[in-house]
Structure formats: C-alpha cells, structure tokens
Design a protein around this ligand. Sequence first.
Ligand SMILES: *[C@@H]1O[C@H](CO)[C@@H](O)[C@H](O)[C@H]1NC(C)=O
Ligand SMILES: *[C@@H]1O[C@H](CO)[C@@H](O)[C@H](O)[C@H]1NC(C)=O
Ligand SMILES: *[C@@H]1O[C@H](CO)[C@@H](O)[C@H](O)[C@H]1NC(C)=O
Length: 400
Amino acid sequence: MLSIALSALLSFSLLIQQVHTSPCLAFDSDFNLLAFGFGGKDFNLGPQSTWNGNGAVTDITTTGRPPFDGANTTCYLAQFFSAIYVINGDASNPDNVGIYDATAKSWTTQQISTSNTGGSSNFDLTSFDAILDHDTNVFYALSHGALYNLDFSALKTTATSSSIPWLAVSNPPFTTDGYDPVMALAQNHIHFLNVPGAQPGTADIFVIHFSFFQPTPQAYPINGSSNNFPETHGQVASFFQPSGQGVQQEFAFIPDDASATYVINVESNTTAQLAGPSDKSASTFYASVNALVQLTSDEKLFFLPYTQGDASTNAAAQWTSITLTGLPAAGSSSSSSSASSSATGSSHTSSASSKSGSGSSSSTGSASTPSNTSAGFTLVASSVMSLIGGLLVVAATYTL
Ligand SMILES: *[C@@H]1O[C@H](CO)[C@@H](O)[C@H](O)[C@H]1NC(C)=O
Ligand SMILES: *[C@@H]1O[C@H](CO)[C@@H](O)[C@H](O)[C@H]1NC(C)=O
Ligand SMILES: *[C@@H]1O[C@H](CO)[C@@H](O)[C@H](O)[C@H]1NC(C)=O
C-alpha cells in the first residue's frame, strides 16, 4: 500500500506545476516581524521576545494583497508611517507596488511607470536593486548601471490614483560593467559594496540629500583587526533606530558564502565582524533595531540578536532558529491542504538572489533587498491536492 501511494504521488507530481514564489519579510514600526507570502498567506510573527516559540502567529492575510508570485520580491518598511512597500510582488504586474498599512492592516496598490525615465537608458523592472531612503521616502535604484529614483514622499500608507515614474538621477562615477549591485543604506547615504576594482573594506557612497557621489571610496576597517570585509557579492540590511530616534547608522553585510556577518557603522567608519549564519543557503536578510533576521531560500527563519553599541555582546551572539507554530511549512502552496507541505517539501529548488538588501533594505531603507527567489509548487487543481492528501494519509497510516 505504501508503495502504491508513493508511486501515485510520483505520477501526480507530473501534474504539479512549479511556480516561483517569493515570500518576504518586513518589520512594522513597532518591530513586529511580518512574513508575507508564506503558503499563500501573510503572518505577523510578533516581536523578537516571542520568537523562541512562545509567541502566537497571527494570520493577517486580507484582500488587496499582492500574490507574492513574482521573482525577486522585496519589501521595505517606511518607518515614519509603519507602511510596507512590496516591489515585484505580482509577476503579472511588475509595475504594481503593494502598500501595506500595518496599522490599518489593509492594502492598496500603487502604479509605477518606467516609460519616461529620462537619461540614457530606461529603467528595467526585471533588473534593478533598490533602497528606500528613510527620511525622504524616496526609492533609489541602480538599473543597468544608472541611478534612478521613485518618489513615494506623498504616499505614506496609501496609494494614489496617479502613476509614479522611475526617474533618472545620474550615472555613478565608478565602473558598473559586470556589477551586480550590493546597495546598503545608512545615514541617508547609499553605500555601494563590491564595486568592480574596490579595495577590501570600502564603499562607494551616494549622498542622497545632496544627490552627490563622493569622489573617493570610504574605508570601514574591522575593529581590532587588520582585516577588511571582502568585496564580494552578498546581502545587506540596515539596522533601524527606535521610532523618533532618526536614521539607520549601521548596516549588516553578509557575503553570499555566509562566512561572516559584517556590521558597518557609518558614524565611526568601522566594521564589526560577527558570526556568519549557521545556515549557508541563499538567503535574504532584514533588520530591526535589535535583530538581524535571515529568510533562507527554503523558507527557514533565523535571527542574530544585535545590540547597537555593545561590541562584546554582539561578538558573542549566535544565530538562532525562529521557532513558531502556525507558520506554513516551506514551499506549501496556497491551496490549503495538509498534504501540501509534504507533497512539495523535498523538491524545492532555489536560486540565489541578487539583490541586496533588506532589512532595511528591505526595509526602509535600507538596503536593497535581495532577491531571493525560492521556488514553490502549486498544484494545478485542488482536487489533485486533496487526492494526494488522502494518499499521504493512507501512506502515513500504513507506516504507523
Ligand atoms: C530576478 O533576479 C535575477 C537575478 O538578478 C534576474 O536574472 C531576473 O531577471 C530577475 N527577475 C525578475 C522578474 O525581476
Ligand atoms: C565617516 O565617513 C563619512 C563618509 O565618508 C564622513 O563624512 C565622516 O566624516 C566620517 N566620520 C569619521 C568619524 O571619520
Ligand atoms: C568599533 O569600535 C569603536 C570604538 O570602540 C566603536 O565606536 C564602534 O562602534 C565599533 N564599531 C562597530 C561596528 O561595532
């Protein structure tokens, strides 16, 4: 019986259509962790104090949400408004930006456009990395080597009826040939890491409020070491300050090999080298005031506690799994079925991402977000799903 069930599963898997899903995380302004697009739903995972399994997961799925079926979905917190902006959350409508009002718990959709960007090349919705500036509420993005912005300053928590354009700002002074941008935000400056030819431990800087590229890179040596962070591709996330206490002053940089977590402080112009994530899978990262959160390509969640200004505590901090009951298993589809996670879990593939960012990046400001694409699976028909569910139950029963 078990083998019958398993072979039935195998053949049904031919009917399973693989679609890309891109869940993303964001904090609201009270630093509750919000998880969007998990099993076709959205959840509030609560504050950091509850991530050890004591907390309740609240389903916040509601109408008007993006489907979270796009590649490279990124989420940004606008801290002043407790609004989350979701870019590339709708594969069919890449010019839609979902806006979640975390206070009202409601969604609106803002139309953006790329038709008259100005400058030498048009903005490419399938290839860009972005940050959301903390104070101005303006996005900045590098697309095919040119810098653009998208002005959300009038929006706050709700979309407007008119479309907002990506507009050309300027071209960086550094070479962008072959550059896969790593863009981090702190102190209203965009920090470009891994610029071709960059010296280890340096960033090229764009000063947002003066719309100005600094002529020379800034060095961020590692405290207590003669080493520097590597100029390799990775993910970034900016640590927020508590509400009312200003802009981000530090951002985390995690190289793609996850060998370390570097925290760059743009006030002291120094870097702290901390433990790298224990899970080395392709991941995106999000920061609050006191934590850096990792979302792996197979939808596992980990966090590193972080205390701004306390180097010895941070040096001893370790990555810990976020364990919460009530969050759908990795890769589960939006059809609700107990079978879905079993049916899909093992065949998950992921592609690495490319954006940067997050945390702040994804969040406000901060960084750009990575684009992490995790592939999930959706069943073509829910009846197939139920059938598989039934078979799994039979199989499980038999095994027991
Ligand atoms: C997602 O990111 C990858 C890697 O940068 C890129 O090749 C792809 O075009 C992006 N897809 C979309 C739909 O933006
Ligand atoms: C840190 O770097 C920024 C950007 O280059 C610079 O404006 C600032 O003066 C530096 N701060 C210190 C303490 O060196
Ligand atoms: C490095 O050390 C200096 C001096 O103790 C401190 O001000 C700075 O915050 C440290 N940098 C980081 C990133 O921890």
